[in-house]
Design a protein around this ligand. Structure first.
Ligand code: MV4
Length: 461
């Protein structure tokens, strides 16, 4: 096992990794920008190293500074968390060259999944269901039109180097396609220095369902069921839950089975998440794969009892999976609300100093956060203040528990989306579990939705 792990991240996920390391008896090194000198991850770690000025480019994304920090502290592994360098194949490779274990899958697998066209081909070859689409990269606008006529409209153009909703364009008829192709490809060149595009049939009201994969380096793979992530706005997830209220036991078993088989096929190791789109008929299609620990991992931890970060570290050290598929079951239901420093109506970022703070507690309530009274939410980084996670014996009780926990939460001095969550958890579609990726859009367009939000804002301290 590792003696010392360097955490190449900040905020709540850095704390989460430090906690797992402490329970494993592993020493920790925090790295931080000058803006984060007083951050909790710095205080909780055994050692810390300043790696640069506030902008991420010069600190949390500064590869030479991170490797120097690992070398001077004699860390034998680096945990990348999520975001930053967590899905950077070059970084994982450089770690290997420096004989520091990158806690994640092999660099070649990270690279494969980073290219959405190659990932799609690999998923197909490994037996995952795909939407009808172009087999590889589109060579021209004419080819895009030809494929689209085969597939049928509407279609969606996606950038090979995109992902997470970046570089996509929906096209509803053949006339609009050549222009859309040119624009999307040019935008992709601009954003990713890679204009490669592919095309798929567009699903109008999909649910976002993802399967958690856990794999060791000895060929053993299990799944930890699904997470429902359809409550999102502009590709920022807001509420996640497990199990999904839209997935039957039979569908869950099927999605799990094909996911595990695919991961065995590609020799996957460590944690991974396979994202699927589910259409209104309950059919599911491979969308993308994430090769990191995810923000929403706690809902899976709560329903399975598996410590995903502890497991991830043990797997990176070469240990065998400590459980089999048969050992795993779903107990009850878990929900996560992402508490962001943003306006609850417009979602505009709202960095600043937290002047008053009370986090909820009690049975079945978990708060993963690096915030405290006096903490300043930095404009340089993401706006996540806390993840509020609840667990209960049923989805109904979990919703009541989340409403109760939200009512206890006090964050003063900045705006947060706590009131948004209070209102969202009163929506009929959410309560019935019958929602898709347009949920937030519909809530904002509806009279009752906006009324409830207004009332929740008034009632939130
Ligand atoms: C789609 C789609 C509909 N049809 N692909 C958005 C994130 C990126 N991973 C892919 N995304 C989508 N791909 C086809 N063929 C709709 C989306 C999409 C979406 C997916 C998951 C969660 C939220 C979303 C919001 C808008 C669009």
């Amino acid at each position: 096992m590792f003696k010392k792990v360097l955490i190449a991240n900040r905020g709540e996920i850095a704390l989460r990794v430090i906690r797992a390391c402490r329970e494993l008896g592993i020493a920790t090194v925090a790295v931080h920008s000058t803006a984060d000198a007083n951050a909790l991850h710095v205080r909780f770690a055994d050692e810390s190293v300043c790696i640069g000025p506030p902008p991420s480019r010069e600190s949390y994304l500064n590869v030479p500074a991170l490797l120097s920090a690992a070398e001077i502290t004699r860390a034998d592994a680096i945990h990348p968390g999520y975001g930053f360098l967590s899905e950077n194949a070059e970084f994982a490779e450089v770690c290997q060259k420096c004989q520091i274990t990158f806690i994640g899958p092999r660099p070649d697998v990270i690279r494969l999944m980073g290219n959405k066209v190659r990932a799609r081909e690999a998923a197909k070859a490994a037996g995952l269901p795909l939407l009808p689409g172009s087999p590889g990269v589109l060579k021209s606008a004419e080819e895009a039109v030809a494929f689209a006529e085969q597939i049928g409209f509407p279609v969606i153009l996606k950038a090979a180097a995109g992902g997470g909703g970046r570089g996509m364009k929906i096209v509803r008829d053949a006339r609009a396609l050549p222009q859309a192709f040119a624009t999307a490809s040019a935008e992709a060149v601009n954003a990713f220095s890679n204009g490669d595009m592919y095309i798929e049939r567009y699903v109008e009201k999909p649910r976002h369902i993802e399967i958690q994969i856990v794999a060791d380096t000895h060929g053993n793979v299990v799944h930890l069921f699904e997470r429902e992530c359809s409550v999102q706005r502009r590709h920022q997830k807001l509420i996640e839950e497990s199990p999904s209220p839209g997935v039957s036991a039979a569908l869950r078993a099927e999605m799990g089975r094909v996911s595990v088989a695919a991961m065995k096929e590609i020799n996957y190791s460590n944690l991974g998440t396979i994202e699927f789109l589910m259409d209104e008929t309950g059919r599911f299609y491979f969308m993308e794969m994430n090769t990191r620990v995810q923000v929403e991992h706690p809902v899976t931890e709560m329903v399975t009892g598996v410590d995903l970060v502890r497991t991830q570290i043990r797997l990176a050290a070469g240990e065998k999976l400590p459980f089999t598929q048969e050992d795993l079951t779903i107990r009850g239901a878990a929900i996560e609300c992402r508490v962001n420093a943003e306006d609850p109506t417009t979602f505009a970022p709202w960095p600043g100093r937290i002047t008053g703070y009370n986090a909820p507690g009690g049975l079945g309530v978990r708060v993963d956060s690096a915030a405290y009274e006096g903490y300043t939410v930095q404009p340089h980084y993401d706006s996540l203040v806390a993840k509020l996670i609840v667990h209960a014996e049923s989805r109904e009780v979990a919703i009541l528990r989340m409403q109760r926990a939200l009512s206890e939460y006090v964050v003063q001095g900045i705006r947060t989306n706590i009131a948004f969550h209070k209102a969202a958890l009163q929506e009929d579609a959410f309560l019935r579990g019958e929602y898709d990726t347009r949920f937030v859009e519909r809530m904002h367009a509806s009279e009752t939705g906006t009324q409830r939000l207004k009332k929740a804002i008034e009632e939130t301290p």
